[in-house]
Write a protein that binds this ligand. Structure first.
Ligand SMILES: [Zn+2]
Length: 358
């Protein structure tokens, strides 16, 4: 594994559901310490400041460190564990998946179960199983055994998935590419900027609690007070069988995605054009998204800070995002790093002031 693969393995395999980001935060904090001056907001987002040739403009590069997961809500007397979902899970991708319950005494492994098909009526079998009817089975036969294993109500639960390099050598399989891949882009770019002059001050931010409502972005942007912001995200694609042909196709390996429109944010046009013009100038592949996609990104909170912040979202395509088995493409990662590195060098006071000169 090369440096990027090692970083992606370390970040995606780390646990960190919203509000319980300690493990992944430590990894990012340690790396940030080698790249600049580290601080944090009071929800737990981590900020790394690196001065360039000018103190302004202040450029915020944001990626969220939390992942979707679950929490123990109830232990039945027979020893099954009911759970609450934190973040957007699709019920279809849950059954028979392995999870780790993070107890104070260590990880307890279990599988997600439900009433099996041979016990279902024909009508029940034709329907999707609702996650309300699922439970986590740690192989216990009583609530006493569950408690002896150290499991308590409100313990966080994370998906178990091993980072794997797939056959082509260019694609990777893991959980939590949304948004640990974004965190890895930010870390890689910040490392590069140690040796490249830039006419601004960089604030790399790993935010918390994005998946439950953009909360770390809302608080960290108040600490940074940026003049301009670029949000790195993992985003779903639709290049697989069964997707509508007349719709816009975003595909794995097609380059990072510059969002031109989404329900929660319209990016600053000057900043958006700087990204696409810079990509074109350097021959870096990119894709454009302009649809009413579901869900939000940290950009929604950041662009509304104070009197408004020019903001754009740059996303890495991920197949099967929000599941145990996401797939991303190394070419998209490298292109995002190239593009961000080039754009940062363009972001001087004059260019950034021009973005809000109406
Ligand atoms: Zn995300």
């Amino acid at each position: 594994m090369d440096e990027v693969e090692t970083l992606l393995k370390e970040l995606t395999e780390a646990s960190g559901i919203p509000g319980y980001e300690t493990e992944v935060r430590r990894l990012i904090q340690n790396r940030f310490r080698q790249l600049g001056e580290v601080s944090h907001d009071r929800l737990g987002s981590v900020i790394c400041r690196k001065c360039g040739e000018a103190s302004e403009p202040k450029v915020m590069l944001a990626a969220h460190m939390d992942e979707i997961g679950f929490m123990v809500s109830h232990i039945t007397k027979d020893g099954f564990i009911r759970f609450a979902a934190l973040g957007g899970w699709w019920d279809h991708v849950l059954l028979a998946q392995r999870v780790a319950i993070k107890t104070t005494r260590g990880d307890v492994i279990g599988t997600i179960g439900a009433k099996p098909p041979h016990l279902l009526s024909d009508e029940e079998r034709a329907k999707m199983v609702d996650k309300k009817n699922m439970y986590i089975d740690i192989g216990a036969t009583s609530s006493d055994e569950v408690e002896q294993a150290g499991v308590r109500v409100a313990d966080p639960i994370v998906p178990v998935s091993v980072f794997t390099i797939l056959a082509s050598g260019k694609t990777y399989l893991s959980k939590a590419f949304d948004d640990r891949a974004g965190c890895a882009v930010v870390l890689t770019v910040m490392k590069r900027m140690l040796n490249i002059p830039h006419p601004n001050t960089l604030f790399a931010v790993a935010t918390v609690q994005e998946e439950v409502g953009l909360r770390g972005a809302t608080t960290s942007v108040k600490v940074v007070c940026p003049d301009v912001a670029i949000v790195l995200e993992g985003t779903g694609v639709n290049d697989m069988p069964g997707t509508a042909e007349e719709g816009q196709v975003l595909r794995l390996g097609g380059g990072p995605v510059v969002t031109f429109y989404r329900r929660d944010m319209i990016p600053n046009r000057g900043l958006r054009n700087l990204l696409t013009d810079t990509a074109t100038k350097h021959g870096i592949p990119f894709q454009i998204r302009a649809d009413r996609i579901r869900g939000g990104t940290d950009g929604a909170a950041i662009h509304l800070h104070d009197s408004g912040v020019p903001t754009v979202v740059l996303s890495l395509p991920v197949r099967y995002v929000h599941s145990h088995g996401g797939i991303m493409h190394r070419g998209d990662f490298d292109a995002a790093v190239e593009l961000l590195t080039a754009v940062i060098q363009e972001l001087d006071q004059k260019i950034v002031s021009g973005m809000t000169a109406w």
